[in-house]
Design a protein around this ligand. Structure first.
Ligand SMILES: NC(=O)c1ccc[n+]([C@@H]2O[C@H](COP(=O)([O-])OP(=O)(O)OC[C@H]3O[C@@H](n4cnc5c(N)ncnc54)[C@H](OP(=O)(O)O)[C@@H]3O)[C@@H](O)[C@H]2O)c1
Length: 252
């Protein structure tokens, strides 16, 4: 049976990915940091649809906690599914931070680095023995790494996401002997809680973004989850090392 681990599965894109992977028949382990209730609700929603999910706490910026997380994950896999491996890892946890380049502090830079790049790097390394041969890794990157998505104030955020795009290619190469495919999805502007719930606090930000999008609206978490579900599936068996933009045609 497929089992997916979604890091940052308590909200937005990760939550939608958890629901989509469960819909596709996968068992789900989703992690949360500040929102245990939302994580529990997602688990309950999956259970109500006949699936199976478990929520675990994890701060992806605290690499000293990864070994204990790995042990807890081993127990959950064994207790819930009688398994000692899982098939799909989704490195999705993240936060947004806007600061002009000239004002970005070393603290801001380091916080972004720990959560968006160093965390996924060493968490994936630690979890490698638990990922099945033939499995898949999907990283959530961002259009902030593409020429179309360069926006003032995201130099540090975009730099970390750019590192994750490059890491995706290296992992695709190094893990290919085990048949593990590694890809990333690069969302455009998507309606989530990112940026301290910026779209809920400032709905006036939405129409200008929709106007820059060929398909005429901003993205919803489901739009990205569908791509994650596809990349995890056998339908994507010949795709590895790719960064797939899902932006509705931003700035086309
Ligand atoms: N929304 C967009 O427009 C957009 C565009 C491009 C890329 N992205 C990327 O998409 C990914 C998902 O973001 P989202 O938009 O869905 O935002 P979101 O609704 O705020 O969800 C973020 C998720 O990441 C988790 N998380 C945040 N910091 C964490 C940490 N230090 N350790 C572990 N988990 C942490 C959150 O957990 P808790 O809520 O439990 O704390 C939550 O599950 C991020 O990597 C983001 O950079 C988003």
């Amino acid at each position: 049976m497929d089992i997916s681990v979604i890091v940052g599965g308590s909200a937005g894109i990760g939550q939608a990915a958890a629901l989509e992977l469960a819909r596709l028949g996968s068992g789900v382990v989703l992690t949360y940091r500040n929102h245990p209730d939302e994580a529990r609700q997602t688990v309950a929603q999956i259970a109500a649809s006949g699936g199976r999910a478990v929520a675990l706490p994890l701060d992806v910026g605290e690499i000293d906690t990864f070994a204990a997380f790995g042990e807890r994950l081993r127990e959950v896999l064994a207790d819930t599914w009688g398994a000692n491996r899982f098939t799909t890892l989704v490195n999705n946890a993240g936060f947004g931070l806007m600061a002009p380049f000239a004002e970005t502090t070393p603290e801001q830079y380091e916080r972004l680095h720990r959560v968006l790049l160093k965390g996924p790097y060493f968490l994936t390394q630690l979890l490698l023995p638990l990922i099945s041969d033939g499995g898949a890794i999907i990283n959530t990157t961002s259009t902030s790494t593409h020429p179309i998505g360069i926006t003032t104030g995201y130099s540090a955020y975009g730099t970390m996401k750019g590192g994750l795009v490059v890491l995706t290619r290296y992992l695709a190469k190094e893990l290919s002997p085990r048949g593990i495919r590694v890809n990333s999805v690069s969302p455009g502007v998507t309606r989530t809680r990112l940026g301290d719930d910026a779209f809920a606090r400032h709905p006036e930000l939405i129409p200008p973004q929709a106007a820059r999008t060929a398909l005429g609206r901003i993205g919803e978490p489901d739009d990205i989850a569908g791509v994650i579900g596809f990349l995890a599936s056998d339908q994507a068996r010949w795709i590895t090392g790719q960064d797939i933009e899902a932006s509705g045609g931003y700035d086309l």
